[in-house]
Design a protein around this ligand. Sequence first.
Ligand code: BES
Ligand code: MN
Ligand code: ZN
Length: 503
Amino acid sequence: MNTNLSSSAPSQLETECLVVVVLDHNEKDRKEKDKPAPSVESTDSLVGDAIKDVMASGEVTAKTFETTLLHHPSGLKAKRLLLVGGGKAKTFSAAELRQLAGTAVRTLKGKNIRSFAFALPDTGIAAPEGVRAIVEGAFVGNFEPGYYKSDHMESDRKIDAVTIVVQGDTKPLESSMQAARIVAESQNFIRDLVNEPSNRMTPTILAERAKKMAAEVGLKCEAYGADKIKELKMGAFWGVAQGSDEPPALIVLRYDPQGAAKDVHLGLVGKGVTFDTGGISIKPADGMEKMKYDMAGAATMIGVMRAIALLKPKVKVTAIVCATENMPSGKAQKPGDVQIAMSGKSIEIINTDAEGRLILADGLCYARQLGCTHLVDAATLTGAVVVALGYVNAGIFSSDDQLYERFAKANQQAGEKMWRLPLDDEYKEIIKSNIADMVNSGGRWGGAISAAMFLKEFAEDTPWIHLDIAGTAWMEENKSWIAKGPSGIALRSLVEFVKSYAA
Ligand code: BES
Ligand code: MN
Ligand code: ZN
């Protein structure tokens, strides 16, 4: 998709469709039974004139994601005018704007429209931030998961070009637009990886895709197999991988720019279970097909490295991806088995379906060995995080309040929904074992927390953040702004977080 900036007056722009935002300026709440007070966010009075009738009709309420399409809007050069509702003006932010851009894309591409112009709304949002939100939202909305439908080229025709209409000089906004493109394309890159079924996204294929991307953007990428995993004594990772005929992959991506901030080396660790059957503690058949997305954490970290390589912040970053299937077989690990992790700690396997924390344990340990000073992992780790936070917020865990604050700020800027969950020492009780240093499954209660407590044992004293994206890496339904399927969650927050360390 092409993106352009224009400083033309919205009314004077020749386009297939001009998109403008409508907000509700009634600040009283519902109790007062006041009608909405919708008004269009444009200083171009010709736009206001063009919509006079439809506004008077009461059809437009400015409700979030409400769309109203007008043909031949009078006095405008655009062929069509799309009004997109954005809810209350008082609470309208870049996060909403991003979703409105996605909504515009998804509304218009279904109407056989290939290009449009989005007028940056005249609200309190700073222009660079607004441009960024529109570009990111448009790319996210343009993604469709129906790649394997024979007719997808015809049925899922995409938007080819978006023009963002701004006031004044476009020059200073050029770099915001380019950066937003990089971020958005990296998010869709992740979604492509996650969307692939497990027969087309084995650990080996994931490693190949990482290498191909690395070659394109100028990153170093190494991919190792079973021999290296055993040589490094990654007994927890191998415990999972040993049950599969498909070889595992340990993928390392390195970004080490000149003039990088001293004393900072970020380590990004991703869970890359390309299919999670549960192993011998096998999962029920119902819904098991979704376990192809159990490599979303890995895809996220690979996508972050892509964005970083192109944005070029001056900070050293290494990504470590542990990729394997989790299969039942004659070679598979069994409940009761004891594995010795790379760090030397022993783990009693209670449930072979708690495999993510095993591979991450060795991934985190390896990151420390490579000299990482701060660690972040992303993983579709537990069903329990979905019980706790539903499909709305990803879970954040951190061993270090300062690091958490920095991440929370990045997360806020990125406009992604995440919520911190606790890691009190008391929870450590849950992962005690009779015969080893710990068990790999603490059972049902506080399941997202006990999984994080397990990981903490391997992050040790290195400041660390864990993102449990089990409930948020996959959209359960189509939304007006994003398709059902992989979401690409966490990339934007992680990119902001990495940038915050740049020299
Ligand atoms: N990959 C799953 C977690 C998951 C659940 C991801 C739902 C996406 C959606 C993970 O490996 C797993 O199976 N976790 C178990 C842990 C339990 C056995 C302690 C779970 O959450 O049930
Ligand atoms: Mn599992
Ligand atoms: Zn899993």
